[in-house]
Design a protein around this ligand. Structure first.
Ligand SMILES: C[S@@+](CC[C@H](N)C(=O)[O-])C[C@H]1O[C@@H](n2cnc3c(N)ncnc32)[C@H](O)[C@@H]1O
Length: 263
């Protein structure tokens, strides 16, 4: 993510690279995602996101950076009319197939476009939802577009990563991609910095950040042990619950956050 106004050609280049990367992911995993069962959350992060969305009834909801449609189909199943938008055409095609398999195609419109130039009129949507999309975007442009297409009193809810923890960013910079530790990110993405959040939220009336989950040890476990060791899984889960319970001020250094933006 970049905080300032990236110039248009840099932005296009980033969008093209993102589309190519996520197209190849979607082409590899399409069948599994189409066949995957409905999301059962039971995860404090997802539960906080769904709570923040509130009662979406038959609202018009935009799922920004919908990927392979896991969340867009949930909102459609809950009764909302959903526009599922992504820059990756293979991801959007997978979302369309998944919606068809679940009998939700009447409630879900798949769209291939960039979040930097949303092809919708001003004040179209009641709500916007996004999972792990903001840190792929130019913050200022995305914030402006989101504020433009939301109705007055509309809200946008995002589950995002965060660059606030120096320890995690050190590990990301110097360890991931070395010593056999996997690196999963695309070259242009970087966890959300404070300056990104400021730029993104400028056109909004209010912004609230929640930290429902700590996840430092979850990440350590994922990277070093791939969740293969049950004892390690239990220990890491316990540490992630216990440390922020004893030292609550650490919560804001969690790797994931839920951001709630209101017009
Ligand atoms: C980490 S994936 C998350 C997908 C989905 N939200 C999920 O949680 O399963 C990030 C998604 O953002 C999309 N993306 C990246 N840049 C974008 C842009 N400029 N406009 C719209 N989507 C974009 C990618 O194609 C990819 O599907």
């Amino acid at each position: 993510m970049s905080t300032g106004n990236q110039n248009v050609s840099d932005r296009r280049e980033t969008e093209t690279a993102e589309a190519a990367h996520w197209d190849s992911v979607a082409n590899r995993h399409r069948e599994a995602f189409v066949a995957r069962e409905r999301q059962t959350t039971n995860d404090p992060l997802h539960d906080a996101h769904i709570n923040a969305m509130g009662d979406i009834g038959d609202d018009l909801v935009l799922d920004l950076g919908c990927g392979m449609g896991l969340w867009a189909t949930e909102y459609a199943a809950a009764g909302a009319r959903v526009v599922a938008l992504d820059v990756s055409s293979a991801s959007v095609a997978t979302t369309r197939e998944r919606a068809r398999r679940l009998g939700l195609e009447d409630r879900l419109l798949p769209v291939v476009a960039s979040a930097h130039a949303l092809p919708f009129r001003h004040r179209t949507f009641h709500a916007v939802s996004g999972h792990l999309i903001l840190h792929h975007l130019d913050a200022e442009t995305a914030g402006r577009e989101l504020a433009r297409i939301l109705q007055p009193n509309g809200k946008a809810v995002f589950t995002e990563n965060s660059a606030r923890s120096g320890i995690l960013m050190f590990a990301r910079r110097f360890l991931c991609g070395r010593f056999g530790i996997p690196k999963w990110s695309t070259p242009d993405e970087y966890p959300l910095r404070k300056s990104d959040v400021v730029a993104l939220t400028r056109p909004f009336a209010t912004m609230e950040a929640l930290y429902p989950k700590f996840d430092w040890f979850f990440l350590l476990n994922a990277k070093l042990f791939g969740f293969r060791n049950n004892r390690m899984n239990r220990l890491c889960g316990w540490l992630d619950r216990t440390i922020p319970a004893i030292l609550p001020f650490l919560r804001r250094y969690a790797y994931y956050q839920v951001l709630i933006l209101r017009r």
